[in-house]
Design a protein around this ligand. Structure first.
Ligand code: FE2
Length: 267
């Protein structure tokens, strides 16, 4: 993808998101959060593609995917007032459908269009389909890593805000802040298993799930970024301080150090 084509995707993103804002302050605050998130995911992607030494065409494609990956979030929130896919709609599928229906990808080669639609459709899936070819898998893995880096940042900022004054918290809270955590969620973290969103019961479960994402990250620079920001240490600090949690903390932090050092830069 050329720089010019990337600029066109940026212009589309700007116009598309702008038309979802309305006179509801709650909706607007949540939409604005996703606009800012999309740009930061594009920024993380830019950082990652430099470390992965992609050529310019590939780097532009990756950045285009990053800015468009949450296209479905905007109509989702306007329609359902939630970002919880489970209570509304699969935002990846919705995003891909919108991009197919709009003219925005017409100027791009059919191959690149397919890669973008695939990455948008599957960026939030628990498991990637086995059938993806090498490029589709690579670009989908890349946006998933960049997305996670920014979601870590977002959830930590939200946790700090919420702790300061829960009553003044301006965003949607998806789970109740009750004590303890679900044994099923904890054991899935310890065994590096996939956690089903449907078993989450409270904020601690949701934090455990976010910590378990490290086992689903793909590229060595992503692990180094997580380590650099201290995301995982901070997420653990919000959980109950018991033996299980302390043991899991050690395991997860060791894994990040190992993966950041050992995994090949390009898979
Ligand atoms: Fe995202």
């Amino acid at each position: 993808m050329t720089r010019n084509q990337l600029d066109q995707l940026h212009a589309f993103f700007h116009a598309f998101t702008a038309r979802h804002f309305n006179n509801d302050a709650f909706v607007n605050a949540n939409l604005q959060r996703k606009v800012a998130h999309s740009w930061r995911v594009a920024g993380e992607t830019r950082w990652l593609v430099n470390r992965l030494r992609l050529d310019e065409e590939q780097a532009n494609l990756a950045r285009g995917i990053a800015i468009l990956h949450d296209t479905g979030r905007f109509p989702q929130f306007v329609r359902y007032k939630t970002y919880a896919d489970i209570r509304s709609i699969n935002h990846g599928v919705l995003g891909a459908e919108i991009l197919e229906a709009e003219d925005v990808l017409n100027a791009i080669t059919a191959r690149e269009r397919e890669i973008i639609l695939t990455a948008v459709r599957h960026h939030g899936d628990r498991l990637l389909p086995e059938t993806l070819d090498k490029d589709k898998r690579f670009f989908t893995m890349l946006v998933r890593d960049a997305d996670k880096l920014d979601i870590y940042r977002v959830v930590i900022e939200a946790a700090r805000m919420y702790q300061q004054d829960p009553a003044a918290f301006p965003y949607e809270v998806e789970f109740p802040n009750t004590p303890g955590y679900s044994p099923a969620v904890f054991s899935a973290l310890e065994t590096r298993g996939k956690i089903d969103y449907r078993v989450l019961r409270n904020l601690n479960d949701s934090t455990l799930l976010q910590i378990a994402w490290v086992f689903d990250m793909n590229f060595a620079p992503t692990f180094r970024r997580v380590q650099h920001y201290g995301f995982i240490e901070e997420l653990f600090s919000y959980l109950p301080d018991d033996d299980n949690i302390r043991r899991a903390r050690r395991q997860v932090l060791d894994y990040i150090t190992y993966a950041g050092a050992k995994r090949p830069e390009i898979s």
